[in-house]
Design a protein around this ligand. Structure first.
Ligand code: TRP
Ligand code: SF4
Length: 400
């Protein structure tokens, strides 16, 4: 009923690195040409953990936007904006909070994990508990169908689906819904109406998902329907409520995982990262001094790629032929580690060249980034307001 739409955000807590690029950004760049995409800087989410030092957030916001543009996020295809510039996210967060059981938030796995892992910070705050609910508002406010995220975020998406379902259940009620829905069925015309009723029964009695999908596709084609009737018929398929908010799907980033220079997760705080726009000479130095299989003390000692972080870089950056050369040369001590690292250096430098180029115009003229984001904020806000109109009305807040 609602158009396919992609929403994703990132927290501005520091410069982006190649781990972010391979883990998330590459996926965004692929999706932007396939579907309408909204990508935003989650500055409020950054505040939940950095409330005591917000200065890094402002700086990182603009840096991160340049990084996105440098990586190839294209503002003529995707909408780029800043979360706090669309204050309706906060309004929806507040409204959703009214009916969100505390247990749902306390149960989210990242909640307790983070409180323990970031023990230097006091995260026993109201804002931090609400983190996944704010995230739900970010997505639901655009009625997004897909959310590209890493697997750590899947529980957050599942919770959003529950929030949307609960919202529709509580507020999608309408006086005389059943009668209005049946009137709307008639408007489909007799052939379609018959099919609709059959598919609805098949889905509701036998749980046939194909029947649901087929009915939805039919409604998508039925152009004569008004928005309200369409909403009713979608809701009537699954139960007896209007669907005001849409349950999104997680779209897992299948992108190759690039570890840090030491084989652990790439992270600025571990000092094992290569920045997205790192200098060429610095890339060379970092890869040359990267640890390798400790068994290769001397050039003549054989090694095993499975024990070497450089090999994981080859898996991301090298073709089969080069990978075979590495495995053979490493296991037979036929190649040295410096030699082995060269194709990785070359590939990273080549990957980064267009990024440096694209970034340059934005560094020369930062007002370009401001203008892109100003347009994005307006476009996002327009969509957010459409949903909020329905949400306010459903919750009895549409005073005139
Ligand atoms: N929680 C996400 C992360 O840490 C960032 C985020 C905030 C987000 N709001 C979102 C991601 C909405 C997807 C959709 O990566
Ligand atoms: Fe690692 Fe390559 Fe050295 Fe083998 S040859 S230990 S894979 S850097």
């Amino acid at each position: 009923m609602y158009p396919d739409r992609v929403v994703s955000g990132m927290r501005p807590t520091g410069a982006m690195h190649l781990g972010h690029y391979h883990g998330a950004l590459k996926n965004w760049i692929k999706m932007q040409s396939e579907l309408p995409c909204l990508f935003f800087v989650a500055d409020w989410h950054a505040l939940t953990t950095h409330y005591d030092d917000p200065s890094v957030i402002e700086r990182s916001t603009w840096e991160m936007l340049v990084d996105w543009l440098a990586a190839g996020v294209d503002p003529s295809q995707a909408t780029l904006f800043i979360q706090s510039r669309v204050p309706e996210h906060a309004e929806l967060h507040l409204l959703l909070s009214m009916a969100t059981p505390l247990g749902w938030l306390e149960r989210v796995p990242t909640y307790k994990d983070q409180i323990e892992n970031l023990s230097s910070k006091d995260l026993a705050t109201y804002g931090f508990l609400g983190y996944p609910l704010l995230q739900a508002a970010d997505v639901l406010i655009y009625r997004a169908s897909q959310v590209p995220v890493g697997d750590d975020q899947v529980p957050h998406i599942e919770m959003m689906r529950e929030i949307a379902r609960r919202f529709n259940h509580l507020y999608g009620k309408e006086k005389g819904f059943e009668e209005k829905a049946q009137e709307a069925v008639k408007k489909l015309g007799s052939k379609r109406a018959k099919l609709y009723n059959e598919l609805r029964t098949e889905y509701q009695q036998d749980g046939k998902d194909e029947a649901l999908e087929q009915a939805k596709a039919m409604l998508d084609d039925a152009q004569s329907l008004s928005m309200g009737d369409r909403e009713r018929l979608f809701g009537y398929l699954e139960g007896s409520r209007k669907l005001i908010l849409v349950e999104p799907q997680a779209r897992l980033t299948v992108a190759s995982r690039l570890p840090g220079l030491d084989g652990r997760k790439m992270s600025k705080s571990y000092g094992n990262a290569i920045a997205l726009r790192e200098d060429k000479s610095s890339v060379e130095k970092k890869i040359r001094t990267m640890p390798t299989d400790p068994a290769r003390v001397r050039r003549t000692d054989a090694g095993d790629p499975a024990r070497c972080p450089v090999w994981q870089f080859h898996q991301v950056y090298s073709n089969n032929e080069t990978q075979e050369w590495v495995v053979k040369g490493c296991k037979s001590a036929g190649i040295g580690c410096i030699e082995c690292k060269q194709p990785v250096i070359d590939a990273i430098v080549k990957e980064q060249e267009p990024m440096h180029e694209r970034a340059q115009q934005y560094l020369d003229d930062p007002s370009l980034v401001r203008a892109i984001v100003a347009d994005g904020n307006d476009a996002a806000r327009k969509l957010a307001l459409e949903t909020m109109r329905d949400v306010r009305e459903a919750m009895g807040l549409a005073y005139t």
